[in-house]
Ligand binder design. Sequence first.
Ligand code: KIV
Length: 272
Amino acid sequence: MAALPSKISKVTTHVLQEMKLKGEKIAMLTAYDYSSAKILDSANIDAVLVGDSASNVMAGHRTTIPITLNEMIYHGASVVRAVHRALVIVDMPFGTYQGNSKEALSSAIRIMKETGADAVKLEGGKEVIESVDRILSAGIPVMGHLGLTPQSIHKFGTYVVRATKPDEAERLLEDAKLLEKAGCFSIVLEKIPATLAATVTQSVKIPIIGIGAGNGVDGQVLVLHDMLGITQEFSPRFLRRYHNLYEEIHGAIGAYITDVKSQDFPNEREQY
Ligand code: KIV
């Protein structure tokens, strides 16, 4: 299998499609600010998701529901200023696309104009298809999101694994095909059985990115702060922690406090 050159100058939705065809896995992570996005891009990440998980990670809300369009635009624009190579996708926040496709289009247009992102992502299948159609009609690339859809937390009441029953699994597969038919360039599948995710991946031609959806998909996404071990309270089975930054940052801050109190900092070389 021939890998795509890492020297590719800009990842587009077409590059992701090509990666699926070639069997090269897609690596996506979230970012919400300029400095982290710069590190992700220089490490050659394929796609950066400005997720509405910013509501939890950045703002400390319990759900993704409170984050506003203006706040997502602020995060999106900060990330876009840092990223030159990766595809940047901005989440449409709760209440900006459900139930009113005209409002959905104007929200998506604001995101594209005011952030400079490459695409938007929204949650849901059949129930949001009119919004998806209208956004796509303006030439804005759309990524779908099925399975555990955190913006619907109050409908489901829990964050448990979704689509474990045959009727729900069937509906999810139909929704994936519907999103593909509408013209979405990719779909995120969150927290569903690995076998179902693999079936969806084989049933559609567009790339499927999983989070808690096993290894039979076309790529993976994680929340940056979770995989770096900055957040501590969230530890689902699917989360692999690549670092314990919480401990490292905590240690560094402790050392700084000690140095300030003992007047070890600043020393002679650190002053004018
Ligand atoms: O908001 C987010 O971070 C997401 C990912 C979990 C896929 O939607």
